[in-house]
Write a protein that binds this ligand. Sequence first.
Ligand SMILES: *[C@@H]1O[C@H](CO)[C@@H](O)[C@H](O)[C@H]1NC(C)=O
Length: 247
Amino acid sequence: MKEATRLTCCLPIIIVLAADLCVGIRFSAQLSEGSITDTANQQQLRTAVFALGSFWRSEAVFGCLDGVVRTTVGYAGGSKTNPEYRSLGDHAESVQIEYDPKVITFKQLLEVFWTSHDSRQVFGQGPDVGNQYRSIVFTNGTEESRLASVSKEREQTRSKSGIVTTQIQQLGTFYPAEPDHQKFELKRNPFLLQLMGNLPEEELEKSSLAAKLNGYAAELCPPRLQKRIHAKINDILRKGWPILREV
Ligand SMILES: *[C@@H]1O[C@H](CO)[C@@H](O)[C@H](O)[C@H]1NC(C)=O
């Protein structure tokens, strides 16, 4: 874990009132045992991409799950090259999920996908209206296509009256969105950022802990995890030993 190589000292009051007084000491990543394990694990990670409405929310939903190692928001499903937030063309707001298939499967991710939005809405999700908020399962390979079709049929049976509008598409290019949109929910919470030791943007985007806290900030973690993180944060505040390394 990258987070484990970082040590910061500060009091709870300082955390809240004077973020910039904190001192971070970083050890060389090469020397830490954690980074070797990280590299070994990286090789077995798989990638999934889903579109299910606003990507701020999508990232928060998936970031919390056990087995999800990293999340990135971006644009996929369209043809425009180098889309941007204000001109994303025919792309959909999407979340890319790197996960450990030994802990969570594509099938389980699909379940979360279906239960985290209304796949019967045609042109958006709730207040977010437009083509960019459409529902898509991106698949890589025949097995994932099969799983996606089966789960869509099941969803259609469940939803009875409404037509499930979700598209199933071959995964093409995923364009990561601008930094402002990465871990959006977490960034709205300076206190949580400080608890993590104010990681630089690059590290924040790759951090598993940031993915989890992003979900926590949006209150979209499974209830038990939401509670556990809350308790950890309170514990840190009580003890005054300040850095949150894992949840
Ligand atoms: C599809 O999966 C294979 C094998 O896991 C991987 O090497 C490849 O990069 C993936 N393709 C895309 C577009 O992500």
